[in-house]
Design a protein around this ligand. Structure first.
Ligand code: UD1
Ligand code: UDP
Length: 376
């Protein structure tokens, strides 16, 4: 009998980081029967990823509601997964990272008796409210999981310090590097055409330094985003050699301040969230990336791009230690000062843009599957 896997995800970053695992399991279909279940905690932003990686989910719970809240999303996921788990009866349920989908699907899988495999396990800021609610989501998932796939040695250390048995932890690298490699390979195929990239090519001004911006963290909603937008407006005003491109997250708590403060400024382009290959294309052309995203922080060092992270805490100390990432928080002045240093000081810029990738070698999914084969 084959081993039955259910891979569950709901948001854009989970989809990007789980897509290579789905592909790798499909290569091992003689041993594993693998099904994909999307909660669709995100809709458009998730569908963009599924389309690019050519993944057709077996189950689509279609849960996203406009400006959804954590209470109803959590309960909808747990209740919605019950019949899927009871019908398919997977041996292993895979969840990723720290979203509400991750935590709620982990609990549902535990109730059903399936073994829970946590991908991107062991990240910690040690501050339960930052990032909110992600630190708690991943801590709960860590308690529930039977197997922990940690991206780095630091993440493994965090789990060992929580008394997780070391023979249930495997350091694999982050699957985001597998995704990045798959994407670069696909985009460089001669048959590949992409209308979005053609449009981006028209928007991009190669004679200017491109600042690429993303942001969405819940703890930055409100004053945090107002500060961030004021910083971007000031940077645009002070530097006529700079172009800012900002694909704006669809969360209304992000859209509102961003469009209110930044719409209409000449050198700032506010655009819709990009599909993965379009965003990677733009990252490759960026001079500097300004973000509060987790995934972008992991991808940028691979591409040799300095990153300012608009957060006070980090669960990804590796790139900060390596000097390719600086934490700025959401203070307007600090963001402007740090960005100006890199825009105007070539030495500081060169030091930060040294290519260094602490997050993996593109073989994380292979390692996850080898580990599970050894459990048989
Ligand atoms: C979620 C995750 C966060 C992750 C982020 C990645 C939680 C609590 N938060 O935050 O950990 O880093 O995704 O982007 O799990 N929306 C759309 N279309 C979309 C996606 C979102 O319209 O495709 C809008 C909807 O109004 C939705 C809102 O954004 O209700 C918020 O989505 P939600 O998933 O709750 O929060 P995010 O801020 O996206
Ligand atoms: N990304 C994308 N399109 C965009 C912006 C980001 O495909 O317009 C990708 C990015 O390359 C990274 C992931 O989305 O892999 C990060 O998602 P997000 O910042 O929403 O979530 P986080 O990583 O913070 O959880």
């Amino acid at each position: 009998m084959k081993i039955k896997n259910l891979i569950v995800f709901g948001t854009r970053p989970e989809a990007i980081k789980m897509a290579p695992l789905v592909k790798e399991f499909n290569k091992n279909s003689d041993i594993f029967e693998t099904k994909v279940c999307i909660t669709a905690q995100h809709r458009e932003m998730l569908d963009q990823v599924l389309e690019f990686f050519e993944i057709s989910p077996h189950f689509d719970m279609d849960l996203m509601k406009q400006n959804q809240n954590l209470y109803s999303l959590t309960s909808d996921i747990i209740i919605g997964l019950k019949p899927i788990l009871e019908d398919f009866r997977p041996h292993y349920v895979f969840v990723h990272g720290d979203t509400t989908t991750t935590m709620a699907a982990g609990i549902a899988a535990f109730y059903s008796g399936s073994k829970v495999c946590h991908i991107e396990a062991g990240l910690r800021t040690f501050n339960n409210r930052s990032p909110f609610p992600e630190e708690m989501n991943r801590s709960i998932t860590g308690r529930i999981a039977d197997f922990h796939f940690a991206p780095t040695d630091t993440a493994k250390e965090n789990l060992l310090n929580e008394n997780i048995a070391s023979n249930t932890i495997e350091v694999t690298g982050n699957t985001v590097i597998d995704a990045l490699e798959l994407s670069v390979k696909r985009v460089t195929e001669s048959s590949y055409t992409d209308k979005e990239i053609e449009e981006l090519n028209k928007l991009w001004n190669p004679s200017k330094k491109l600042l690429l911006v993303t942001g969405h963290r819940r703890e930055n909603h409100g004053q945090g985003f107002i500060n961030i937008c004021n910083a971007l407006a000031q940077l645009a005003k002070e530097n006529d050699n700079v172009q800012i491109i900002y694909p704006v997250h669809l969360n209304p708590n992000v859209q509102k301040p961003v469009y209110q403060i930044l719409d209409g400024i000449d050198s700032i382009s506010l655009i819709n969230p990009l599909s993965y290959p379009g965003f990677v294309w733009l990252m490759n052309r960026a001079y500097l990336i300004i973000t509060d995203s987790g995934g972008v922080q992991e991808e940028a060092p691979s591409l040799g791009k300095p990153v300012l992270v608009m957060r006070d805490t980090t669960e990804r100390p590796e790139a900060v230690d390596a000097g390719t990432v600086i934490l700025t928080g959401t203070n307007t002045e600090v963001i402007v000062d740090e960005a100006n240093k890199l825009i105007n000081n070539d030495n500081a810029y060169q030091q930060m843009s040294q290519r260094h990738n602490p997050y993996g070698d593109g073989k994380a999914c292979y390692r996850i599957i080898e580990f599970l084969k050894n459990q048989i």
